[in-house]
Design a protein around this ligand. Structure first.
Ligand code: FES
Length: 141
């Protein structure tokens, strides 16, 4: 046997904490992970008919959610969470749920439904051109 009981306890405690620390870093780290910003130029999101009237669609690669309010009216919002800037990855109907700390937003108007976020999602200009949805970039504040 090597090491004192105290040294072994320290090693075991560090090993037990390592996965939790690693998960925390993965959930909100920056760097080589997924795209963490809203469009900085207009982006083509594909066919306008991909979003049915009354529905919302999440575009995770572009960090945009589009809601089709009526046949000709669309709304688009950045899906960068206004709490600590995690890219939101879950849409349940019209409700966006941030996986980092549980904030929820209404995809049809960007409003906060559940804290910790307190600011609404950034609205993006959106239009349909040649049957394609074009959204962004965000307006400067
Ligand atoms: S970053 Fe979205 S809830 Fe904290």
């Amino acid at each position: 046997m090597s090491g004192t009981p105290h040294a072994r306890r320290t090693v075991l405690r560090a090993a037990a904490l390592a996965p939790a620390v690693g998960l925390g870093l993965t959930a909100c780290s920056s760097g080589n992970g997924p795209n963490r910003s809203a469009p900085t130029a207009p982006v083509d999101l594909g066919k306008s008919d991909d979003v049915k009237v009354g529905a919302s669609k999440l575009y995770t690669d572009q960090n945009v959610v589009v809601s089709r309010i009526s046949e000709d009216e669309y709304k688009a919002y950045s899906t960068i969470c206004t709490h600590e800037r995690c890219p939101i990855r879950h849409l349940e109907g019209h409700k966006l749920v941030c996986q980092c700390h549980g904030s929820e937003f209404d995809a049809t108007n960007g409003k906060v439904l559940h804290e910790p976020a307190v600011r609404p999602l950034a609205e993006l200009p959106v239009k349909v051109a040649n049957g394609k949805i074009i959204a962004g970039p965000a307006k400067k504040a």
